[in-house]
Design a binder for this molecule. Structure first.
Ligand SMILES: [Ca+2]
Ligand SMILES: [Ca+2]
Length: 404
C-alpha cells in the first residue's frame, strides 16, 4: 500500500482541455485531491474520469490558503490523520470565498471531525444499514432522493436524479448534538442545506436509529460544501471490475456530474468594460471643412481637445487609432486659444483604412495613461478623387455589357 501511496503522492498535474478544436477557453478548473492525511485508497480511476471531463487534478498539496487560492474543488476522502487547526482555517476561508469542498468518509470507530466540525456537521462512524449487510462486498444500498429535493441542482440534471447508490452505506452524519432524536430535522433548521436520510432500519453507532443522515450539502459563504458517508462515489480501485462497483458507477455518474458542477468554484466574472469616455476631437484643427483626399499620400492632423472635464495630456499617444490608422507623431499644442493644451496627432492618409468614398464621419479611439478608454468623432468630407471616381464607375450598372 505504501508503494501505491508513494506513486500517487508524487505530484500529478494533468492538464487537458477538451476544447472541441477551439483554443479560446480558459484554464481547466483545478481540483485538489487531498492525500496529505493518510489517505491510501486508490483514486487513479476517478482521476482519469476527472481528466476526461476537463479537470486539472492535483494530488498531495498541503492545504494552505495559497494552494487553495486557485482551486475550484477540494476533495477529501477517508482521511486517517486529523486536520490541523491552520488547515481547517484555510479550507474554511477557501469555501467562504467560493471554493467547493467535497468530503467523503466511510465508517470507522474514531471518525475525524475537525474539518466537518468547521461546517457544523460530523461523521459518527456508525452504519446506515444492517451490520451484516455492510460486510457484503457486493452490497449496494439504494438511497432515494426525497421528491422535495429533486429540483436542487445536485439532482435536477440531466433529467433528474431520483436515487443513487452507496457501496453499503458505511457512515452517517449527526448534528452537534449526537443525542438528537431527529438529526435531519435539526440540521435543516441550522443550515441552508440538503439533507438526505438513510433507511429507517439503520444503525447509528451500533444502535438502531431512525433516519440517519447520509448526505449533507450546504451553501457556506460564497462556496458550497458536500459531505457524504460513502467513499465509493469517487471510485475504489480494488473494487473496480466487480460488477457491483460498475453498477454503482453507472447509476451514480449523473449525480457525480451534478456534484462537480455544483461544487465547482464559479469563474470570476470579468468586470464589464466601462463605456469609453467621450472626448471632443477636431480633424484638421485649423480647417472647418475637414476635407480628405483618399488619393493623397500626405498627412493630416487630428486634435484631441482639452476641456474642463478632460485633459488631452492624459492621452497615451501610442494607443490612438483614428479611422484605422495610428499617428506617426504627436505634439501638445493649444489649438483653440483656451489656455488648455490639446494633443495634435499626425497621421498618414493612406493609413486611414476605415475611410471610404462614402465616409461622413471618422472615429478616434485611445486609452488614457491610466488605462481608461476614450472615444471621439468628427465629420469628414471625402473630396472627389480618382480613387472615388473609379469606385463610382465600377458601381454603375454595367448590365448591357455583360454577355457581349
Ligand atoms: Ca476641423
Ligand atoms: Ca485648447
Amino acid at each position: 500500500m505504501l508503494q501505491v501511496k508513494g506513486v500517487l503522492c508524487t505530484l500529478l498535474a494533468v492538464f487537458l482541455l477538451f476544447l472541441g478544436g477551439a483554443g479560446i477557453a480558459g484554464a481547466a478548473p483545478k481540483m485538489v485531491i487531498d492525500r496529505s492525511h493518510g489517505q491510501n485508497a486508490d483514486v487513479s480511476g476517478f482521476t482519469s474520469v476527472l481528466v476526461s471531463k476537463g479537470w486539472e487534478v492535483i494530488l498531495d498539496e498541503p492545504l494552505t490558503e495559497q494552494v487553495l487560492s486557485d482551486c475550484s474543488l477540494l476533495l477529501v476522502t477517508q482521511p486517517s490523520t486529523e486536520f490541523e487547526a491552520n488547515e481547517v482555517a484555510a479550507v474554511r476561508s477557501y469555501v467562504q470565498n467560493g471554493g467547493g469542498l467535497w468530503v467523503l468518509c466511510g465508517a470507522g470507530p474514531q471518525p475525524l471531525n475537525a474539518l466537518p466540525a468547521a461546517f457544523g456537521v460530523s461523521f459518527t462512524g456508525g452504519l446506515v444499514q444492517s451490520f451484516d449487510a455492510n460486510w457484503e462486498p457486493i452490497q449496494t444500498l439504494t438511497i432515494p432522493v426525497p421528491s422535495a429535493l429533486q429540483s436542487h441542482p445536485l439532482f435536477s440534471k440531466p433529467s433528474g436524479v431520483t436515487q443513487f447508490v452507496y457501496q453499503s452505506g458505511t457512515s452517517l452524519f449527526s448534528p452537534a448534538n449526537p443525542d438528537s432524536s431527529d438529526p435531519a430535522a435539526d440540521l435543516q433548521q441550522t443550515f441552508p442545506l440538503v439533507v438526505i436520510a438513510g433507511d429507517v432500519n439503520a444503525y447509528d453507532d451500533y444502535t438502531w436509529a431512525f433516519n440517519p443522515v447520509v448526505v449533507v450539502a450546504a451553501e457556506v459563504g460564497a462556496g458550497h460544501v458536500l459531505f457524504m458517508g460513502d467513499t465509493s462515489l469517487v471510485g475504489d480501485k480494488p473494487l473496480s471490475g466487480l460488477s457491483a462497483q460498475a453498477t454503482r458507477e453507472a447509476v451514480n455518474e449523473p449525480l457525480v456530474d451534478n456534484i462537480l458542477d455544483w461544487l465547482k468554484k464559479p469563474e470570476p466574472e470579468l468586470p464589464a468594460e466601462p463605456d469609453p469616455i467621450t472626448v471632443t476631437i477636431n480633424l484638421r484643427p485649423w480647417n472647418p471643412y475637414n476635407a480628405i483626399n483618399l488619393d493623397s499620400r500626405g498627412f493630416v492632423r487630428v486634435a484631441v481637445m482639452s476641456d474642463s472635464s478632460f485633459d488631452a495630456a492624459n492621452v497615451n499617444p501610442t494607443s490612438v487609432k483614428f479611422a484605422g490608422g495610428s499617428p506617426v507623431c504627436s505634439k501638445p499644442m493649444n489649438v483653440n486659444r483656451d489656455h488648455k493644451k490639446d494633443l495634435v496627432l499626425v497621421l498618414w492618409i493612406p493609413d486611414l483604412k476605415d475611410l471610404t468614398c462614402d465616409s461622413v464621419e471618422a472615429v478616434l479611439t485611445a486609452k488614457t495613461k491610466d488605462g481608461k478608454s476614450i472615444q471621439g468623432s468628427d465629420s469628414v468630407q471625402i473630396v472627389p478623387s480618382k480613387k472615388c471616381k473609379k469606385q463610382a464607375d465600377n458601381g454603375k450598372d454595367c448590365g448591357g455589357k455583360k454577355g457581349k
